[in-house]
Write a protein that binds this ligand. Sequence first.
Ligand code: ATP
Ligand code: MG
Length: 437
Amino acid sequence: MASKAKIRAVTGMNDMLPTDSARWEFFEDTARDIATEYGYRQMRTPILESTDLFTHGIGEATDVVEKEMYSFEDSLNGERLSLRPENTAGIVRSAIENSLLHDAPRRVWYFGPMFRHERPQRGRYRQFHQFGCEALGFSGPDVDAELILMTARLWKALGIRDVKLELNSLGEPSERAAHRAALLEYFEAHLDQLNETAKHRLYLNPLRILDTKDPDMQDLVEKAPKLISYLGEGSLRFLSSLEHQLERAGIDYVINARLVRGLDYYSHTVFEWTTDRLGSQATICGGGRYDGLMEILGGKPAPCVGFAMGAERVLELMGEFGVKPEAPDCAVYVIHAGEGTLDPAVAVAEELRDLDVSTIVHGGESSMKSQMKKADASGAEFALIIGENEAASGTVSVKRLRDRGEGARFAKQETLPAAEAAEQVFSELLDIETKDL
Ligand code: ATP
Ligand code: MG
């Protein structure tokens, strides 16, 4: 007989286990609520897109497109496809395809998996998740500030502290061209100090050399001409208006002249939120203005700004601050054993669910004692017990499973008419909820 090979998850791709779901849901719910508070609407685009979308929409000379994309040919029709490494290009494609901006600008948010073929390590996976917002058709800098305020509010709501906001301006295309010429001249004069990647990027995208992490190039890069000194009056005004709005909102930031998201269609604002608690995977959120992208992807020009944050890194950082949401499996666990007990068990559970109380009915047959253990392990506040006596007399026994002090209702098991059980348990649960607030 052929041996059965154990099939494992793809390297760098993780399962979200039921024991993790409370943390993820807390993050997703909080992010969604805050985006909604700012008037952003959810958008979902396919995980699979034409490879061209990303080569045009992210740029050839970037890590993502050069070496991190999962691209393949669809064997059924020969199309070149890629798993999305990020969602901005997809959102812009869809906005163009569906004429989303024909009557008004749009604020949208998304959450979902992204794929990059990187070396897996803490905070860096091949399938990871991003929450992001895009403000499409807004020229800023008011909306740039709004997005940053939103992220700051999110950190607070998630219990995250000590994150640093780094800010820079990439100015206008003409300003970047002047800076690029100066950069080229500078790097050409120091060719011997460039590593292979930098040499490769020199004529493709010299701006990207500035964000190298190669320790041997730090000194060189530190002394390179700074884009900020090539900014004209308009760009400087844009930046100082954004700075002013951040200051008004009490948000600290530092200007980092080396912060680039070196794509041709980026302009003005770029920002990153970083932490020193996650080792080298320090950036939890990156954003910026991409006024040129709509046009590059074949749409009418429209100024846009957005951010994306890595959910895995944000969750890990929440853990660093002791934020580890857990949730019980249910509030009520219904135990039933013996002839004729299943029907009343299901009936009382359905009544509880009518009242929005999460309720598990024990599945399968086992002894009262073992069901009681399961009830306890589920984290439920109450066990409802239906044995043959209860079934015969139309009653339910109720037992509180958590210690709520002396005198708490149902601390001692009580038997009551089945018709009253759901209501009474419900009102006890309401009581705890208000007390816990
Ligand atoms: P890095 O410099 O860490 O590679 P990046 O510049 O490639 O980040 P962006 O494309 O700006 O990242 O993506 C936005 C955010 O998504 C990052 O700040 C990070 O939090 C998260 N992220 C990016 N790549 C990964 C990954 N492979 N695994 C987990 N999170 C990621
Ligand atoms: Mg990367």
